[in-house]
Design a protein. Structure first.
Lengths: 114, 110
């Protein structure tokens, strides 16, 4: 099994450009998450999807939109990229059963906005 | 104030040493706690959960003090392969997501 996959691995954008980060999981998990990681800041939650058909804002949602396309896929869109969005983006998934279950992370997308 | 705070380190220790990391959390409603390990330029991976009674997994021991809102990780007999960043994590049950500390970097030297 591939686990959680993310594309692309690296991306350079100019300010104002848009792009979509793709994430897919093959573990049949019902919950999926997008985090960003900046130096010295730890990982911060951008958006999450508790189950197919639902999405909710996390700690830092401004400038992003998400789509839970189906149970496997959860995409993150930057409509108008800004230098402040330069970061490493991690997608994660877990099976939510009312108690915590381990979150599995993808390898990350390294985004630079010039 | 960050919800989960850690000493960023780095902690530079020789092989075989015992090293301890501490972490404090501010949200008294946090219910579950974990240590994740992150290698350089890689994704975080679960190292171990932290239980109120304390728990051990080989060379690793985790402890939780709810009264002081404090979590610890002890690594005994450090190996070169233990070199990584250790992330202290609390759950936010409302968001079903994780709140991460900024991490403590460990470098084990030969």
């Amino acid at each position: 099994n591939a686990g959680v996959t993310q594309t692309p691995k690296f991306q350079v954008l100019k300010t104002g450009q848009s792009m979509t980060l793709q994430c897919a999981q093959d573990m049949n998990h019902n919950s999926m998450y997008w985090y960003r990681q900046d130096p010295g800041m730890g990982l911060r939650l951008i958006y999450y999807s508790a189950s197919e058909g639902t999405t909710d804002k996390g700690e830092v949602p401004n400038g992003y939109n998400v789509s839970r396309l189906n149970k496997r896929e959860f995409s993150l869109r930057l409509e108008s990229a800004a230098p402040s969005q330069t970061s490493v983006y991690f997608c994660a998934s877990s099976e939510w059963t009312g108690a915590y279950n381990e979150q599995f992370f993808g390898p990350g997308t390294r985004l630079t906005v010039l | 104030r960050k919800e989960v705070e850690q000493d960023p380190g780095p902690f530079n220790v020789p092989e075989g040493a015992t090293v301890a990391f501490n972490c404090t959390y501010s949200n008294s409603a946090s219910q579950s706690f974990f240590w994740y390990r992150q290698d350089c330029r890689k994704e975080p991976k679960l190292l171990m959960s932290v239980y109120s009674s304390g728990n051990e997994d080989g060379r690793f021991t985790a402890q939780l003090n709810r009264a002081s809102q404090y979590i610890s990780l002890l690594i005994r007999d450090s190996k070169l392969s233990d070199s990584a960043t250790y992330l202290c994590v609390a759950t936010d049950t409302g968001r079903r997501a994780l709140t991460f500390g900024s991490g403590t970097r460990l470098q084990v030297q030969p």
